[in-house]
Design a binder for this molecule. Structure first.
Ligand code: TPP
Ligand code: MG
Length: 329
């Protein structure tokens, strides 16, 4: 297969993978896949296959899968540098994600973007943002386009708790409310912004409260519970499509890893991670589906093997030629 044929195939695969999310068991498998890819990326980083930085989203899988399962491929999504799980949830293949992060031609941006700039326009993923809060106005812009053109498309903007202290967050919520834009603002409140716990940077605990100033609903959601995420999203999606305007959803969650690459997260209080592990989104959802621990283990084994294969394909792809650096400037 040529590089181009291989890439066309991956785009078709993305659309097929997205449609799979209508089944609960496939949603469980997608969360397991995200966890497997993040584990693989950490070891590729340790082994020197990944340059720059990388930010893992393990622990936050229910949020991205819940969002992807409740919107369509013509809706638009912006998210942060912690967006591997969002890309995989929306359908981008493990090969295209790992390939991009390892800087290979087969990657979803041809290996030129890297970990913080994943993209999959065929499934609605606008390029992910390295600048804190920067995806918010862009998502509002996508929502304005839909409103102006009279389509029923909506946009979803995903940012972290820290980003709710950034000016772009306030300006976007204000305008979106005034213009009743079809946009959903999702805050992944994982309690940390880089190496600072939330109470050191933010004077309130429940960020959903911030919606009050903009006269839009602000909802606290259990971000570890896939069904709760889907319920909250479904209500916000209906509101947006009905022309009633934006909603702010605060997803309470936790990132299992440190902020990025080699961060061991030694600044976290003892026992905090263990407490969150008790409410692991994959385990919770598997149990809610009546799946036994043994079956869950088997699913993990199969999916880990698939991710190993996807990684082999990704790493067999060449790095882009140096001349490509100037091709898209
Ligand atoms: C405008 C801007 N300021 C600072 C940074 C450096 N920075 C990168 S990630 C981060 C923390 C953001 O935390 P949060 O919004 O909670 O997202 P999380 O990493 O927890 O997902 C900061 C300050 C940046 N990328 N952009
Ligand atoms: Mg955070």
């Amino acid at each position: 297969m040529t590089d181009q044929t291989q890439k066309d195939f991956l785009v078709e695969e993305s659309l097929r993978r997205r449609s799979e999310l209508s089944s609960p068991e496939n949603r469980l498998d997608r969360m397991i896949e995200i966890r497997a890819v993040e584990g693989k990326l950490q070891s590729l980083f340790n082994d020197g296959f990944i340059r720059g930085s990388t930010h893992l989203s393990n622990g936050q899988e229910a949020i991205s899968v819940g969002i992807a399962a409740t919107i369509t491929t013509s809706d638009w999504v912006t998210c942060t540098y912690r967006g591997h799980g969002t890309a995989l949830s929306l359908g981008v293949t493990p090969t295209a994600v790992v390939g991009e992060i390892a800087g290979r031609v087969i990657g979803c941006v041809g290996g030129l973007g890297g970990s913080m700039h994943l993209c999959g326009v065929e499934v609605g993923l606008l390029p992910t943002f390295a600048i804190v809060g920067a995806g918010y106005p862009v998502a509002a812009g996508a929502a304005l386009t839909a409103q102006y053109q009279g389509t029923s498309d909506i946009a979803v903007a995903i940012c972290g708790d820290g980003a709710t202290n950034i000016g772009a967050f306030y300006e976007t919520l204000n305008l979106a409310s005034i213009w009743k834009l079809p946009v959903i603002f999702v805050v992944e409140n994982n309690l940390y912004g880089e190496y600072s716990r939330i109470q050191l940077t933010t004077p309130i605990e429940d960020l959903a409260q911030r919606a009050d100033s903009f006269a839009m609903p602000g909802v606290i959601v259990d971000g570890q519970d896939l069904d709760a995420v889907m319920d909250a999203m479904t209500a916000a999606v209906s509101r947006a499509r009905a022309g009633e305007g934006p909603t702010l959803l605060e997803m309470k969650t936790y990132r299992y890893s440190g902020h990025s690459r080699a961060d061991q997260a030694n600044y976290r209080p003892a026992g905090e991670l263990d407490e969150w592990l008790l409410r692991d989104p994959i385990n919770l959802y598997a149990h809610s589906l009546g799946i036994s621990d043994a079956e869950l283990e088997e699913r993990r084994r199969v999916i880990n093997a698939e991710v190993d294969m996807a990684t082999e394909v990704a790493l067999a792809s060449p790095e882009p030629p140096i001349a490509d650096l100037f091709e898209f400037v």
